[in-house]
Design a protein around this ligand. Structure first.
Ligand SMILES: Cc1cc2nc3c(=O)[nH]c(=O)nc-3n(C[C@H](O)[C@H](O)[C@H](O)COP(=O)(O)O)c2cc1C
Length: 155
């Protein structure tokens, strides 16, 4: 089974997180592919893979610019995604954006759930104001999450 990580970012933290997971979790899954969300559409979910949405938050609780097309596509070109199992890493900053903390990832989660996709596990959030290193805590979370998620993939 492939883990397909879809990355939404402005200043690359989410990309570094995805790359750290690609390196540190390679022993847990057959293949890991990191894909920037730029220009993607709902077709990105057509593959037989386990998905991990890894995205930051911008504006006032918006998805990053490079994630806008994919996010819009889930609304404009909706399709039943009952085969999709996914996790979410939602980056944000609770210190300066408490009211919209990690909304980028939460917004993707809401739309995917509406289309019948099933999230495995809780949304993992990283708060840029808490002093932790996103790559480290997200990789540790992913190492725990991956085996559970793989066990729940439809046969
Ligand atoms: C202009 C701006 C707006 C932001 N808006 C939010 C927000 O609404 N909610 C939130 O939780 N974080 C917000 N953030 C924080 C980023 O999501 C956070 O720093 C994240 O780690 C950046 O990840 P990236 O480098 O992958 O883009 C904002 C940051 C900037 C610079």
């Amino acid at each position: 089974m492939k883990l397909k990580i879809l990355v939404g970012t402005v200043t690359n933290t989410a990309e570094y997180v995805a790359q750290a997971i690609e390196m540190d979790c390679a022993d847990l899954v057959d293949e890991i592919e990191v894909v920037m969300m730029d220009g993607l559409s709902i077709d990105a979910f057509a593959e037989d893979a386990l998905y991990l949405l890894c995205t930051s938050t911008y504006g006032a609780g918006d998805v990053p610019d490079n994630a806008q097309a994919l996010y819009a596509s889930l609304d404009d070109a909706p399709r039943y995604l009952g085969h999709v199992r996914y996790g979410v890493i939602a980056l944000g900053d609770a210190g300066s954006h408490g009211a919209t903390f990690a909304f980028g990832g939460r917004k993707f989660d809401e739309r995917l759930e509406c289309l019948g996709a099933r999230r495995i596990g809780d949304i993992f959030t990283h708060d840029a104001s808490d002093g932790s290193v996103a790559e480290e805590v997200a990789t540790a979370w992913c190492r725990a999450w991956l085996p559970t998620a793989l066990a729940q993939m439809p046969a």
